[in-house]
Design a protein around this ligand. Sequence first.
Ligand SMILES: [Zn+2]
Length: 305
Amino acid sequence: MRQVESGFRTFTACPACAGADIRAYQKGTFSGRLTHDEIKITDSQYGKTWDLSLCTDCGHIFANPCPTPEFLASLYGRVEDPLYEAEAAGRSRNFLRLLRRLEKLIPERGALFDVGAATGILLDLARRRGWEPAGIEPSSWAVRAAADKYGLRLIEGTLERASLSKDRYAAVTMVDFIEHTALPFEAVGKAQAILRPAGILVLVTPDIHSRAARLAGRRWWHLRPAHLAFFSRRSLEALLRRAGFSILAERRYSWTFSVHYLLSRKPAFEVLLNGLGPASFLKRIPLKLALGDSFEVYAIKDSGG
Ligand SMILES: [Zn+2]
């Protein structure tokens, strides 16, 4: 990797599998400076990406040049996203399904580390189910929200810089995290290092080869400036194998959102929603989106790794 200009660098090898044959894939549609408002979880910069490259070995598609980890850390540190917390009920339902599946794979509940813990919704739920919660989150706002709302003490910072105990955690969760990092191999490698032997990594990320992605084309909702890595089954497997994991189970992921949330992301409906007021009943109607456009992968730390 070579430094291009302040804040960006160019990959000369695949960030997932380290393959050296990488080619230009798609010219970027995102123009202008990236700000902390454009990378928050509920941003609406759909269809906009950086210049993308393709690895011919594993099929991984990634932003190239890519914002540096330092630049990203400075942006995520300033993210504030109240809309995320407003959807706590829907997100809890998603996380509950995920924890139940994890618990089928791991008999006794130990320490669970959530990467990109946001406001702590998953960790609060895990704690109530007998897990010992820990996690890391770069946004100061989110770390404060997790402390205020759930009494959780998250590490404020980024995974690549954090000094964490090795061989300690029974499980590591990365829900919609890996597509945001400039260094996916380093991130998954760190998860491998902090997991105890036979510990499990739960990883959720969009699938660039999903039917939804193909149908939506360039307007696919996961094509956003905040997303730097677009995985497929093959590239995700290559990444996990290289980092010392074996995939135990894999499934399509569906999200639960309220009707209000979905409508609020369409500017045309904003006037209508404002008229309904903050107590709108729409906020309470959960809607399961069976888009199946993300992967949910459960991978076990290889022995000897
Ligand atoms: Zn590759």
